[in-house]
Design a protein around this ligand. Structure first.
Ligand code: SAM
Length: 284
């Protein structure tokens, strides 16, 4: 069954009376090359969690390589479709749930024991940032996350300091992972085509965070503060978010060789870590 064929997609739609729901980000992939890019990047050697199988095009490609695929789909209208399109696989389980509300840690433990899994998805774009944030912050037993996302979002997640794309989400991704764009995907490769182009992003989860920090929560508060007002200096952004006066904050930054007049978007992860440690020791 070639689910990348728009003809096949249409015939399944007719068979099940299925109409696409824009609100659920239902844009189905029609490229075998991109499927291969995703499964190659996922570097599968055991279990896979998929988010949003749709008609099962990526699920099938993953199931060919994985021991077991657990696929989480919110739209219950897709359950009979998936039963039909995946009937020749016995290593796929569909979980009908909202991925944002699911206890992923328990699910992974129940299904895969102590094994680390890959996460693969052509993500519904309306939940890209919350889901990636959750996947990273919850420190799940995951070795890599390979996701199709809006091109601009992929560029932000893999950006370098001092570029317009560099922001708090970049720092989050680079703190926990090595982010790389694996492929650019034009909107014409989806049915129905979305308004924006896409990219496949690989987040290779690091064994330990990219920088050592004395307090991780504080680190992310510093990052959020530094990017809170892009046109303001680092000094002003930090003082607006921490109970430290300007003179003290300025001295604290100068002591770690950071010019208080710099902008948040010029700071490396190491510099964010140094600021965190300095604020932490000042507050003690
Ligand atoms: N994997 C298919 C493909 O590549 O063609 C479909 C991808 S489509 C972009 C996104 C899928 O995610 C849809 O099947 C949609 O119903 C599902 N979805 C949307 N919101 C979801 C949520 N909160 N939790 C789980 N699945 C969701």
């Amino acid at each position: 069954m070639d689910l990348t064929s728009p003809k096949v997609i249409r015939s399944i739609q007719d068979k099940f009376g299925f109409t696409f729901k824009k609100g659920l980000g239902q844009n189905f992939l029609t490229s075998n090359d991109i499927l291969e890019d995703i499964t190659d990047a996922a570097d599968i050697d055991g279990g896979v969690i998929e988010i949003g199988p749709g008609f099962g095009v990526l699920t099938r490609a993953l199931a060919e390589k994985a021991e077991k695929v657990i696929s989480i789909e919110l739209d219950e209208r897709l359950l009979p479709v998936l039963q039909y399109t995946l009937s020749d696989f016995d290593n796929v389980k569909i979980v009908n749930a909202d991925v944002l509300k699911l206890d992923l840690n328990s699910l992974i433990r129940e299904e895969f024991g102590s094994q680390k899994v890959s996460i693969a998805a052509n993500l519904p774009y309306y939940i890209t940032t919350p889901i990636i944030t959750r996947l990273l912050e919850e420190k799940l037993p995951v070795k890599n996350i390979v996701v199709m996302v809006q091109k601009e979002v992929a560029e932000r997640m893999a950006a370098e300091p001092s570029t317009k794309d560099y922001g708090a989400i970049t720092v989050l991704c680079k703190y926990f992972t090595n982010p790389q764009i694996v492929a650019n995907v034009p909107s014409s490769l989806f049915v129905p085509p979305p308004k924006v182009d896409s990219a496949v992003l690989k987040l290779e989860v690091l064994d330990k965070p990219a920088v050592d920090v004395s307090d991780e929560k504080l680190f992310f508060r510093v990052v959020k503060a530094a990017f809170s007002q892009r046109r303001k200096t680092l000094l002003n952004c930090l003082c607006a978010n921490f109970p430290i006066n300007k003179a003290d904050m300025s001295e604290l930054l100068l002591k770690i060789n950071i010019d208080p007049k710099r902008r948040g978007e010029t700071l490396s992860l190491k510099e964010f870590a140094a600021i965190t440690d300095a604020i932490n020791s000042f507050s003690e």
